[in-house]
Each structure stands twice: as C-alpha cells, then as structure tokens.
Design a protein around this ligand. Structure first.
Ligand code: FAD
Length: 324
C-alpha cells in the first residue's frame, strides 16, 4: 500500500515560509514514492498557498479555514491538525523546527502516543532504513536516529534541506475541510513583530551578526548596510542585546535563535560557547574581530583581524563593486 506523509505548512506575513517547501523536500527524501499531503491552516485565502505547496512537490493539499485559526495557538492548530490526522491516517508528519513546530509537534505526538524526531538537519535513506541526523550538545555533536515503526513527527531545521524546483505545471486536489474548532483559551489580540522587516533571520541565507564590539545602536548601521548588499538579515550576540544596542528578537545562541545560513559574518563577537550554540552549523563562518585571540576565530572559516568600523565599510565597497 502506498504510504502517505503530511506536511504542515507555515505562513508569515501573508505568504508561506520557505521551511514549508523544505518540509516537502524532506518528506520526499523520507519516502520518495509516498503521497505528500500538504496542510494549510488559516482564516481565509488559503488557495494560493495550497497551490504553492503543489508547485513545490505536494501531491494534494487539505486546507482548513476558520476565524479561530487566523493566528497560531496550540489549541486551535492542535485541534485542526488532529482532525486531519484522524481523516488521513498518515505514516508520518513533517514540519519546520520553528517556534510553531517546536510547540505543536510534541503536544500532538504525546496526544497520539507516538514519536517525534526534532531539529533534523539531514535525512539519509538506505533501503527501508531512514536515518535522521540532528545536532546535540548545542551543535557540538550529531546523532543519527532510526525510526523502525509507527507514525512519527519530524521537525526540520530551516535552511538545511534544499527545496525542490518550483514547477507551476504541477496540479493536485485541494480539499477544504470543515472543522468545528472548539473554544480556545488563548486569545491572540494582536501580533507585533519586533524584528525588522525584510529577510527572516531564522531563514536567511546570509546573517551579519553584531556583538558588544559594535559598541552602540548606531554602530549596527554599517551591519544593516552590509546585510542589505548581501541580501541577508542582521542578528546579534546576547552581549549586544544586553547592552541595548538592538532588540532581543535578534539574539542568536543557546537562549536565542538557532540559524544555519550559507554565510555567517560575526562582527565584534568574542565567540562564547552560548553564542556558538546558535550558529556553529552555519556553512561558512567569517569572523571580524580586533582581538586575534578571540575564540570565534577557532570556528571561523575566514578571519579578519581588525577594527570592524574600518573593515565593514571596505567590505561593503568591495561587494558593491563586484555586484554592480
Ligand atoms: P564580548 O564577549 O564582550 O565580545 C566582544 C568582542 O568584540 C571581543 O572579542 C572584542 O575583541 C571585539 N571587539 C571590540 N571592539 C571591536 C572593534 N572595534 N572591532 C572588532 N572587534 C571588536 N550569548 C549569546 O550570544 N547568545 C545566547 O543565546 C546566550 N545565552 C546565554 C545563556 C546563558 C545561561 C549564559 C550564562 C550566557 C549566555 N550568553 C549568550 C552570553 C555569553 O556567555 C556571552 O556573554 C556573550 O555571547 C558575549 O557577547 P559578545 O561576544 O558580543 O561580547
């Protein structure tokens, strides 16, 4: 019998987050011949999002439109996903290892008395054996998990599994499911985004992160300029956040966001273990620091020893020169 995997999509600012497409690619890796069923939840206007999932590899999509699903709540989304799981009886459920994924999947896995492999960065398949790779000890080691039986939830870390090519010629059924979402005790009155507009930090391909060495909120301006020329996002160490140079929503590390961009530029950051926990799996790390003994140089692929206020303008100038 053909197996079936559900992919729970996530939206932000009216569009689907990239990790939704990465989750489809992950599902295809888990079982290349499985039927991939996308799930889109929200208040209304879900058809475009459903189509996007199909263009990115989903075979069909189930949507639930309900005013109580306008904003994420564990109770609302939990009830909706549970209703779809009961209908579809999937063999696995994949979604992003995002704030929502981290909240929703353990609760549902516990409710359904089943397993969860979280924060997956790679999937390898050998015959029927699927190996999930996930970082442990704050990214200092990796473990491989093998699930032999039963429905399993899988959350994937953004930016690790390449999405499939978008193909607008693909088509698939979009079914709208009616669900009577019961009373939700959490009432979301408003969603206020603290992070700056533009590229989402946790999904950015390039991150320019500033530390206490940036010295002031104004000192972050060249970092924003560098991030802009590179099409990236700005992040920060806790040192910079504690010093009120920037908002805590930018914090990367053990108690902040975990990022895995293609390029991470650490500017005026010493490289404390708690910071490394949030960025050490970045593909290429560049460190700019005036202290040649700074710990960040131990994990950097490229190091620039110098004053950031001299180095960053030069970098911006050079990058502009080669990209114009
Ligand atoms: P510093 O350690 O002060 O380093 C500043 C660096 O800037 C120095 O290396 C200096 O040489 C360099 N510098 C100064 N001026 C210049 C210049 N002009 N040009 C170039 N370089 C310059 N930290 C996090 O980042 N994320 C976390 O999630 C996190 N969680 C934590 C959780 C716990 C429980 C604890 C105890 C700590 C946590 N920390 C976290 C804090 C962490 O231990 C460090 O204190 C913090 O990362 C230091 O930030 P920093 O590197 O910006 O500052």
């Amino acid at each position: 019998m053909m197996s079936k995997l559900l992919v729970i999509a996530e939206g932000r600012d009216g569009a689907l987050r990239n990790v939704s497409f990465e989750a489809i690619a992950a599902a295809k890796k888990i079982k290349s011949d499985a039927e991939i069923v996308g799930v889109v939840l929200g208040k209304d206007d879900l058809e475009d999002k459903a189509n996007e999932l199909i263009y990115h590899g989903a075979d069909r999509v189930v949507t639930i439109a309900h005013e109580k699903l306008q904003n994420y709540t564990s109770e609302g989304y939990g009830q909706a996903v549970l209703a779809i799981v009961n209908d579809e009886s999937p063999d696995g459920i994949v979604m992003g290892h995002t704030s929502i994924g981290k909240d929703l999947t353990p609760k549902l896995a516990a409710k359904l008395d089943t397993g969860l492999v979280s924060d997956v960065v790679d999937i390898e398949v050998n015959g029927d054996r699927v190996e999930y790779t996930r970082p442990i000890y704050s990214g200092k080691a990796f473990e491989k998990k093998i699930i032999t039986d039963g429905l399993t939830f899988v959350t994937i870390r953004p930016n690790n599994i390449p999405i499939l090519d978008r193909d607008e010629s693909r088509s698939g059924d979009i079914t709208t499911k009616e669900v009577d979402v019961a009373d939700i005790r959490t009432i979301v009155k408003d969603v206020v985004r603290k992070a700056s507009k533009g590229v989402d930090l946790s999904e950015a391909r390039v991150v320019v992160a500033g530390g206490r060495g940036v010295k002031s909120a104004d000192g972050f301006k060249p970092l924003y300029e560098l991030a802009e020329v590179l099409g990236g996002a700005v992040g920060a160490s806790r040192g910079a956040c504690d010093a009120e140079y920037c908002d805590y929503s930018l914090q990367i590390g053990q108690t902040g966001k975990v990022v895995t961009p293609d390029l991470y530029i650490a500017v005026g950051i010493s490289g404390a273990i708690q910071h490394l926990a949030g960025m050490s799996n970045s593909k290429v790390i560049v460190a700019i620091n005036k202290d040649p003994e700074a710990n960040i140089f131990n994990i950097a692929d490229y190091g620039i020893i110098g004053d950031l206020f001299e180095v960053i303008p030069l970098l911006i100038e050079e990058i502009k020169a080669v990209t114009v």
